[in-house]
Design a protein around this ligand. Structure first.
Ligand code: URA
Length: 205
C-alpha cells in the first residue's frame, strides 16, 4: 500500500523523504561522506533496482550508479532492452563507505549494522513507489530487501519474496563483473547478468 500522504501526493512525499535523507545520521557513515546519495527515477516506475552503496563518483555527484559500475549497469540494461530512465535506481546504503589510501578513497563493504540502519530509507522508497518488481544487485541489496543472508548463485534469476511482502529478483552486482580478471569469464558473466535483467523485465510483462 502507498504511504499515507496528504492528498496522496507521492511526489511531494518523495521529495520530503529525500530532503530528510540528506540530513541522515542513523549510522556514522554520514560523517566522512560528501553527501547522501538518494534514489532517482520516475516515481511510477514498475521496476526498482537496488545497488549496494554509492561509490566515489556517486558520492561526489550525488547520483546513483554514475561511475564505473554504473557504466556496466547502463550497458547491460541497454542489451536487455530496458530503458534506464524508466526505472527507479537506488542503493541499500546511502552513504559512501571508504578507507582513505593516500589521495584515493577505497570502497569498503557496509556491515550488517549499517545495512540495517539504512533499511528504513529503502522501506520508505518502496512504500511510496510500490514497484511491481525490485531487483537486488548483489548480496548487500539482497540482504537489505529480504532481511536474510542470500547466496546469489543459488537464488538469482527467479522471483523471491521480500521482507515487506513485495516481489524481488536477485542478480549479481555490476562491480563483480568489473573484478573478473579473465576476459572470457567476464563476458560470460556479463551475458548472464543481461539475461537476469531481461528475465526480470519479462516477468512483469
Ligand atoms: N555501486 C553501487 O552499488 N551503487 C552505486 O550507486 C554505485 C556503485
Amino acid at each position: 500500500a502507498r504511504a499515507a500522504t496528504p492528498g496522496g501526493n507521492v511526489e511531494g512525499a518523495w521529495k520530503a523523504l529525500r530532503e530528510e535523507a540528506m540530513g541522515c545520521t542513523r549510522c556514522p557513515l554520514y560523517k566522512p561522506a560528501t553527501q547522501t546519495v538518494f534514489g532517482e527515477g520516475p516515481l511510477d516506475a514498475r521496476l526498482m533496482f537496488v545497488g549496494e552503496q554509492p561509490g566515489d563518483q556517486e558520492d561526489l555527484s550525488g547520483r546513483p550508479f554514475v561511475g564505473p559500475a554504473g557504466q556496466v549497469f547502463d550497458r547491460a540494461m541497454g542489451e536487455a532492452g530496458i530503458d534506464r530512465t524508466a526505472v527507479y535506481v537506488t542503493n541499500a546504503v546511502k552513504h559512501f563507505k571508504f578507507e582513505p589510501r593516500g589521495k584515493r578513497r577505497i570502497h569498503a563493504k557496509p556491515d550488517a549494522g549499517e545495512i540495517d540502519a539504512c533499511r528504513w530509507w529503502i522501506e520508505q522508497e518502496r512504500m511510496l513507489l510500490t514497484p511491481k518488481l525490485t531487483v537486488a544487485l548483489g548480496a548487500t541489496a539482497a540482504r537489505s530487501l529480504t532481511g536474510r543472508t542470500v547466496t546469489i548463485s543459488r537464488e538469482r534469476g527467479r522471483p523471491i519474496a521480500l521482507a515487506d511482502g513485495g516481489e524481488g529478483w536477485i542478480t549479481v552486482h555490476p562491480s563483480f563483473l568489473l573484478r573478473l580478471p579473465d576476459k572470457a569469464a567476464a563476458e560470460a558473466e556479463f551475458a548472464r547478468f543481461v539475461e537476469d535483467l531481461r528475465n526480470a523485465a519479462a516477468y512483469i510483462g
